[in-house]
Design a protein around this ligand. Structure first.
Ligand SMILES: [Zn+2]
Length: 429
């Protein structure tokens, strides 16, 4: 069923067909969607073939709060599924479930994105400074098909990072720009080029021009930004002709931008709304991801200067956070901090699902050796959260102290974004 969802180079017609089939499938097979549609009075319309655009927008809070079993496809066997966890960059963690076929398609999309940006060998070595790392300060080596992946913690001492990379000889180095920039600074100052690298695949934070320039200098290769999220995988990749312009990955998702009332927008900044086109196990329809973007109307011939026919957009905000500066002068990216906070507060349940003891958080650095962590804990979990935050920070730096305070709400900024890491230190930039 719904085999088109795994098609490569989906046509616009296929995407439209898929959207209505996915809508019907969610209404039939996911109890949570069924109930949502019932509450909003849309269920009958959907069953009668109403358009995808009439579906209500769903928020992270809804996804976080509905019971996972109710959201999943009724025939899904939770124990047999693979999962990906969001880092909680907007302050609310979500676990996304998928079947093996869906996970494979998701990984293939990421690899294809890299291959669109650069010619790469078939047997690929990838060094990844991700956020999904079991040990603090650690590394994990994985093999996936023809891929060899070395996952490094951005908290690993940089001399060690460089040593590992020069032995591993990666073709692609991937991670948030803040982590890669710190590495680039060291490579430039010690004049240790990593000659095997052909593509720097940046993701997870906005890529500032100064950082891009330093990465290009340090790695002597193409630097491309990939807009991705755990809920979908690769959402859009940067245009190869124009920095800051992205092409939507229409194989994996349908991207809309809407105004404050939820009305569709083109040519103006709006809230990003995503629909996953390939995962029917954990349906995600018209999901607000809390990024802001502007969709760009296509040229009359529909082809970009880079040759792509995929829809264009400009990514505007939602991922700008400050760094935390450690007492030894090193900086830690907000993604790494966010991941550490959530990892520390995550408890594995007997049924194999994850439970986070906090709903949202914000880290404020108010002195070089002190941060205040504002948390909205799950009911009754504050003391545990406080203890876990204290020991988590000690693993980041032994002289970094913290106070954890419980708050009722964590406001978003006027622009609609939420900063999970704020630095009050003056010279942070
Ligand atoms: Zn282009």
């Amino acid at each position: 069923m719904l085999v088109q969802r795994f098609q490569f180079n989906k046509s616009e017609r296929t995407v439209q067909k898929l959207l209505s089939r996915l809508t019907r499938s969610a209404a039939e097979n996911s109890l949570a969607y069924r109930q949502l549609l019932e509450t909003t009075g849309q269920l009958r319309n959907v069953e009668a073939g109403a358009s995808f655009e009439s579906l209500p927008l769903i928020q992270q809070a809804w996804l976080h709060d509905v019971p996972t079993e109710g959201l999943l496809h009724r025939r899904a066997n939770m124990g047999a599924l693979m999962h990906a966890k969001t880092s909680g960059s907007s302050g609310m963690p979500i676990t996304v479930y998928m079947k093996r076929s869906e996970a494979l398609f998701r990984s293939a999309q990421i690899a294809l994105g890299w291959r669109r940006a650069q010619r790469l060998p078939l047997n690929l070595r990838v060094a990844d400074f991700g956020t999904r790392l079991p040990p603090e300060n650690g590394t994990v080596h994985e093999r996936r098909g023809s891929f060899s992946i070395l996952r490094l913690s951005p908290l690993l001492p940089r001399t060690e990072q460089i040593g590992l990379l020069s032995r591993f000889n990666p073709h692609v180095i991937s991670g948030p720009p803040t982590s890669l920039d710190l590495l680039a600074e060291d490579l430039l100052s010690t004049r240790q080029p990593l000659r095997s690298i052909r593509l720097v695949a940046v993701r997870g934070e906005l890529l500032f021009p100064a950082v891009r320039a330093r990465l290009e200098r340090a790695f002597s290769c193409r630097v491309t930004d990939f807009y991705s999220c755990e809920e979908i995988g690769l959402v859009a990749d940067e245009c190869l002709e124009t920095h800051g312009i992205y092409h939507v990955n229409t194989d994996a998702c349908y991207l809309e931008t809407v105004d404050e009332e939820g009305q569709p927008l083109v040519g103006r900044e709006g809230r990003v709304v995503l629909t996953n086109l390939f995962n029917t196990t954990f349906p995600l329809l018209r999901y607000e991801i809390r990024d802001r973007a502007e969709r760009i109307p296509p040229r009359s011939d529909g082809v970009c200067a880079c040759g792509s026919r995929r829809p264009k957009m400009r990514l505007l905000s939602g991922r700008e956070d400050d760094c935390i500066r450690l007492p030894n002068g090193h900086r830690v990216s907000p993604r790494a901090i966010g991941a550490a906070v959530y990892r520390a507060s995550c408890v594995r349940q007997p049924d194999g699902s994850d439970r986070w003891l906090l709903r949202r958080f914000q880290v404020v650095q108010d002195a070089i050796d002190h941060v205040t962590i504002r948390v909205i804990p799950e009911s009754g979990a504050f003391e545990d959260v406080e203890r876990l935050m204290h020991s988590m920070l000690r693993t980041i730096h032994p002289d970094l102290h913290c106070d954890t305070i419980q708050v009722e709400a964590l406001p978003f900024e006027a622009s609609g974004k939420f900063k999970k890491v704020i630095s009050l230190l003056e010279e942070d930039g």
